[in-house]
Design a protein around this ligand. Structure first.
Ligand code: GLA
Length: 384
């Protein structure tokens, strides 16, 4: 973190403010956010650090320290560039401007340890971190939920991924040692203490990067919208898959192309699994959450079809292992990480089992992360 500050001072010759923007996990509720359903994410101890300060000019200068690249653009001439990483940031500047917020030039250095394309929302962390930082340094007075919405729209408009709201929400609203249940329709949210005594959350990164599959992500969204249109003929009140249920789907199964039916069935059932997981958490029944995670993976693999052989292998590997309560692919899919709830004392042994078996099968090692759950976007303590 201090190397980001030092780099900033050396390069831009003034003093920045430091911010931390975390990545996220999601216990359960995958591909439910853009269907106005429920999700259960948390912010984690992998994060992007930002050093940011106004520079009293009309120029924006941004350095991606991990890539060793810099861009500079004028505040009054924001448009998407041909390079990918600046667009996450410029998209945020564009959203702020479109919403009428006025500010001058600034300098920014950022970098961190969220692996890219691993389903841990590095892009949301970049977007939310900058939104949070600009709100702070220019004293814009924007509510956190508004920042989240702008960061999400930045991803739609400048990165071309029609993502839901989960990642940006989790990165911004995360709370130490809590998961947060977000209702993506009403945007009501509730924190649940994640009492993991005796258990740890272990992520297993396939190192299959999923960025190429972005178009499939958008396709899934369209497939769900097609399902909604079919239902609307009978139930005009159905605005999203959140508003329907299995009975309605089954009643009209004959009108659905089979693939669309599968997609919708998965989403409706997954929303229910989030409800059930929250009830189980309230009862301290982590075993049941684990069972629901396996069910979630089954649906993501066979019905929603956003998994891949590497993810399936890792879930199958631990399915009957008594050290593991639950496992599933996490995030958008097509690569990235599995999330596993593991008995604390067994973590090291299990990591070794996964690394060896995976390497034997695919010829490269997965990465293992034991995560802890942190607060969302915040001023970095080094400021004080
Ligand atoms: C990506 C998107 C999220 C969400 C997940 C799947 O991470 O950014 O909005 O849709 O995929 O649950």
């Amino acid at each position: 973190m201090t190397h980001i500050q030092d780099f900033f001072i050396q390069k831009y010759q003034h003093q920045p403010t430091l911010f931390t923007a975390p990545g996220r996990i999601n216990i359960i509720g995958e591909h439910t956010d853009y269907n106005m359903g429920l999700v259960l994410p948390a912010a984690i101890d992998k994060a992007i650090t930002f050093a940011v300060a106004p520079n009293e000019s009309r120029e924006i200068r941004i350095t991606a320290i991990d890539l060793g690249e810099e861009v500079s653009v004028f505040v009054d001439e924001i448009s998407p560039l041909n390079r990918q990483w600046p667009n996450y940031l410029l998209g945020v500047v564009d959203q702020l401007q479109r919403n009428g917020y006025k500010f001058g030039g600034f300098d920014c250095v950022f970098g961190g340890n969220i692996p890219l394309g691993a389903g841990l929302s590095s892009s949301a962390a970049v977007e939310c971190g900058l939104a949070f930082a600009l709100n702070h340094i220019f004293d814009l007075g924007i509510e956190k939920m508004e920042l989240v919405k702008m960061a999400q729209l930045a991803e739609h408009t400048y990165a071309g991924v029609k993502c839901g709201i989960m990642d940006q929400f989790a990165s911004t609203f995360g709370k130490e040692n809590h998961v947060v249940r977000l209702d993506c329709r009403s945007l009501d949210y509730e924190y649940f203490p994640l009492n993991m005594s005796g258990y740890k959350i272990m992520l297993c990164n396939t190192r299959v990067s999923h960025s190429l599959a972005d178009s499939e992500y958008n396709t899934r969204r369209e497939e769900c919208e097609t399902g909604v249109q079919i239902l609307q003929k009978h139930y005009p009140g159905v605005q999203s898959l959140r508003d329907t249920n299995i009975q309605q789907l089954q009643k009209h199964v004959a009108e659905f192309p089979p693939v669309i039916y599968q997609r919708c069935k998965y989403v409706v059932e997954e929303i229910q699994r989030v409800e059930d997981s929250c009830a189980a958490l309230n009862e301290g029944n982590i075993e049941h959450v684990g069972q629901l995670m396996y069910q979630s993976h089954h649906g993501l693999q066979h019905e929603y079809q956003v998994s891949c052989p590497e993810l399936d292998f890792l879930v199958d590997l631990v399915r009957d292992d008594p050290r593991v309560l639950g496992s599933r692919m996490m995030g958008g899919g097509f690569g990235g990480c599995t999330i596993n709830i593991v008995k604390a004392e067994a973590v090291e042994g299990l990591a070794e089992t996964c690394i060896n078996a995976y390497e034997k099968q695919f010829g490269h090692k997965p990465e293992i992360y034991i995560t802890s759950i942190t607060d969302g976007c915040r001023l970095t303590p080094a400021n004080s």
